[in-house]
Every structure is written in C-alpha cells, then in structure tokens.
Design a protein around this ligand. Structure first.
Ligand SMILES: [Zn+2]
Length: 212
C-alpha cells in the first residue's frame, strides 16, 4: 500500500456519552456503568485504527466528592471492560476544577482540547470528530475547530426536537446520532465508502477510462 494512512483521532466526552450520567455525579467505579453499545463502539473505532481519547469535566474532584484514586479506578474499570472487546482509550484528559476555580480547561472552554492538540502535535483539528451529549462539549469542540457530534444519550436523551434544533442553531456543522454506537457506525461507514470510491477511481484511471 503506497498510501500513507492519516493519523485518526476521535475525542469523546465521558459521562452521558460513554457511561450513564448521574445527577449526583459518577463518584465511584461502581457508579461507572457503560451505556449499552458504547464500549463496543470504542473497540470498533480502535480496531479501525482510530486513537480514542476522552475529554471530561470532573468537577466532582474540585467539589471533594471523590479523589484521584477513585477517578483512576473508574478509568481502570473502563479499560478493563474494553480489553476483552479489543478496545482501548489512549488517554483521558480531565478538568478537575469546580466552576468557581475559573480554570481554562472546564468545557465549554477549550483547554482540554488544546492539550489534546499539543499532545498529538496536530497543526489543526478539522479532521478530528468530537462527541458529546451537552452544549458544553460541542462548544469546546467548535472552539478548536473539531467536527461536532451530538449523541442523544445522557443529558441529550431528555431533549425534545426543539431542544436538538436549538443545539443545531448554536453549533454550526452539528451531526446528531442516537448513541456512540451509531456514531461509530456512521464514521466507519463513511470511511469505508471513501476508500471504495478511491479504489473505483484508481481502477478507472488504470483502465484509461475517460473522466466523467
Ligand atoms: Zn479545569
């Protein structure tokens, strides 16, 4: 294969996107419960060559609801559940601050996404899809030029059509999916189509076909 495959990166929100959200915060590994199909979706992305990273507000740390040890336990559980599925999350970028801390990493501010851009040495992020269930996630994504994807799980499961339309109005280029599972299928399906179109074009050129 002469073609160099591009660096594929996808950024996922955590609570409400990968695992079930809770109004009283996910405070322990026991409370970290995957949304049906979400881990399988991450495994598919990983196996297709996508680097999967998480960007998550964890103000429960700043509020003293749990500590770093517990946060690490949640992420160990996530990766332990992913491993038998053939999946992995490459890195978790989190904001540990409470809103009143005035940090730059709490979404909708772009600090976490900027850290990801630096970590992976990306000049720009227009080829990077980012997935979340809230306006905050989508605004942080747009602030660095990523592709915004809403999943209708977590907080977005409660939105009616008018609520979704309001998000579309505030987030240019928004794509809406039922869940992380359907997001992954759409992303990988679009990628397969691009490759088969490119192969068909290659064959047409090789056979000396006239351009349409
Ligand atoms: Zn922060």
């Amino acid at each position: 294969m002469g073609e160099r495959s591009p660096f594929r990166l996808v950024i996922l929100d955590r609570d409400g996107t990968i695992n079930e959200d809770r109004d009283d915060y996910v405070k322990s590994a026991d409370e970290w419960v995957p949304i049906p199909g979400a881990l399988e979706a991450i495994a598919k992305l990983h196996q297709a060559g996508w680097h999967v990273v998480v960007a998550t507000n964890q103000s429960g740390l700043g509020r003293g609801l749990f500590d770093m040890v517990t946060l690490n336990e949640m992420h160990l559980k996530m990766n332990a559940l992913l491993a038998p599925l053939g999946g992995r999350v490459d890195a978790v970028f989190f904001c540990p601050h409470a809103p009143e801390d005035g940090c730059r990493c709490r979404k909708p501010l772009p600090g976490l996404f900027e850290s990801i851009r630096e970590r992976f040495s990306l000049d720009e992020m227009s080829a990077v899809p980012a997935v979340g269930d809230t306006l905050r996630d989508l605004l942080a994504c747009r602030a660095v030029g990523c592709q915004p994807h809403l999943v209708r799980t977590g907080k977005a499961a409660r939105l009616d059509e008018a609520g979704v339309q309001a998000l579309r109005d505030q987030v240019p280029g928004l794509t809406v999916h039922a869940s992380l599972a359907t997001f992954a299928d759409a992303l990988l399906g679009a990628e397969r189509k691009k490759h088969s179109d490119a192969r068909a074009e290659g064959k047409r050129l090789a056979s000396g076909g006239a351009p349409h």
